[in-house]
Design a protein around this ligand. Structure first.
Ligand SMILES: [Zn+2]
Length: 125
């Protein structure tokens, strides 16, 4: 999970903070394919009792699942059935992570501006 760096901007000038934020706000594009979830890979045993997977033999897979938490203690799991779906899922996760990093950086700059008693409003503020 992405973690914020603490006090990253403490020694940056207010002008540089504003310029960095203006750049972030201008370059932020909402990716229509983003997905907030996690991709997990599983090797599984099948339903056939005689299959080698139940002994020392290799298990089946890998199978790829997209897991999504939607409330505390609740999650959905989606089996991805094709390479195209797996590729789309990877792309969506990457797009979400990138958007989250940019939003978090803007948030950190606004936090620092507030700490200095500076206004946070407006893309060019
Ligand atoms: Zn099997």
């Amino acid at each position: 999970m992405y973690m914020s760096r603490i006090n990253q901007y403490k020694h940056t000038s207010t002008l540089a903070l504003r310029q960095r934020k203006a750049h972030l706000v201008r370059s932020f594009k909402l990716a229509p394919d983003l997905i907030h979830a996690s991709l997990v890979e599983r090797l599984l045993k099948c339903g056939k009792a005689q299959c080698a997977c139940h002994a020392q033999g290799p298990k089946h897979g890998p199978f790829f699942y997209l897991n999504r938490c939607f409330a505390k203690g609740h999650f959905q799991s989606l089996l991805l059935k094709s390479e195209a779906q797996i590729a789309q899922a990877r792309q969506g996760l990457q797009a979400f992570a990138h958007a989250q990093e940019m939003l978090d950086e803007i948030s950190q700059i606004n936090y620092e501006l507030l700490r200095r008693g500076e206004p946070t409003g407006g893309p060019e503020a």
